[in-house]
Each structure stands twice: as structure tokens, then as C-alpha cells.
Design a protein around this ligand. Structure first.
Ligand code: ZN
Length: 204
């Protein structure tokens, strides 16, 4: 039976350290398979859109991602479109190599993190990425992702490199979950930047 593992928080060194590669021959081992199942359970239980092994105290290059349809409920259509938000089926990502597709440009949106507690902030991310990795069976896969899925991949692979979203988020936009839900969840990024950035920062 899968367990909901304790999630470690910002300040724990395991979150600020690059994670170890998993030897391909160990992926089928009971230890790694059990960890993957427990990570999926922990992500769904939290609930979160993804979880990386360092977040449960394991310095290993493993992440799980899933964005179910229920997370899209209540979001205005224009926000869904702007963020490229779509349902993402369960993915298990091991030893990923991330390539940002520079020609696709970047997008700025809010993120949160199970390891950062009650905080949201806007962070720029590449709009499109490719990820070469192994799956839970140890098979080589190439994931081509855009929009929201590309963002979740960059967030989770950041964890495997010892990075948290707050390291790169715009500091003016860091706020509590309550403030985000009450005042900003349904606003466009332009509206939010106009309201929160000092006026000289808006000139480009
Ligand atoms: Zn996170």
C-alpha cells in the first residue's frame, strides 16, 4: 500500500542540492518502485501538480507529474488560454535532460510549491521544452511539452537541480495563498504586473 510521505520544506539542504542520477539497473528495484508509488500517492494526497524526490527527502533524480481536469475547474477561459493550461496525464521522469526551446519565447505566471508553504509568485519560464529521460520502466522517452506542462516540467526539474521557484520569481509578486486566491487568481499577468511592479520596471 502506498504511503503519503512527509514533505520537506525550504531551508532543508536536500532541496538546495543537485540530486543524484538513478542507475538505470536500479529503477526496477523494490526500493525505487516503492518510492515512485509513494511519491504519486503523496502528490495526489497533497494535492499538487508534481513532486520531486528531494521534496520527500530523497536526493534522487525522480519526479512525478500529473495535472488532472479537476484542477482546471473554476478558472476563467481567458486565463486557461493565456496559461496554456490543459490536463496532463501521469508522468514519471527519471534522470531528465531539459532543453528549453528558445524560439518559442517565455511566459510569466504564478507558481506555488508544496515545499515552500503558503507562498505564490510569478516566474518566467520557457513556453516550450523537450525532456529526454527514463520512465518508471527504465525506458528512454522524449517528452515535447508546451504551455502549462512545459512549466510544470521546468519547476520539477528545477527541484532536481536544487532550485526552488522562489529563487527566480519576481520578488514583488511573492504573496500568500489567501491573497492570491482572493485578489489575483483570475487576473491576467499584465493586470497583475501593472498593479504590483513599480512603474519604471514596466518600461522595456
Ligand atoms: Zn515545487
Amino acid at each position: 500500500m502506498s504511503l503519503a510521505l512527509p514533505i520537506v520544506l525550504q531551508g532543508n539542504p536536500v532541496l538546495h542540492t543537485a540530486a543524484q542520477e538513478v542507475p538505470v539497473e536500479e529503477i526496477a528495484s523494490p526500493k525505487i518502485q516503492e518510492l515512485i508509488q509513494n511519491m504519486i500517492h503523496t502528490m495526489r494526497n497533497a494535492p499538487g501538480a508534481g513532486l520531486a524526490a528531494p521534496q520527500v527527502g530523497e536526493s534522487l533524480q525522480i519526479a512525478v507529474i500529473e495535472y488532472p481536469k479537476k484542477f482546471l475547474a473554476g478558472m476563467p477561459a481567458e486565463v486557461l488560454l493565456e496559461r496554456g493550461m490543459v490536463e496532463v496525464p501521469l508522468h514519471v521522469i527519471i534522470n531528465p535532460e531539459l532543453t528549453l526551446i528558445e524560439t518559442a519565447g517565455t511566459a510569466e505566471f504564478f507558481e506555488g510549491c508544496l515545499s515552500v508553504g503558503d507562498k505564490r509568485g510569478i516566474i518566467p519560464r520557457a513556453k516550450a521544452v523537450e525532456v529526454r529521460c527514463l520512465n518508471e520502466k527504465g525506458e528512454q522517452v522524449l517528452i515535447k511539452a508546451e504551455g502549462w506542462f512545459a512549466r510544470i516540467l521546468q519547476h520539477e526539474i528545477g527541484h532536481l537541480c536544487g532550485e526552488l521557484f522562489v529563487d527566480k520569481a519576481f520578488p514583488e509578486t511573492l504573496m500568500t495563498e489567501e491573497e492570491y486566491q482572493t485578489n489575483w487568481r483570475s487576473k491576467t499577468i499584465d493586470q497583475i504586473k501593472t498593479a504590483l511592479f513599480k512603474s519604471e520596471e514596466l518600461t522595456e
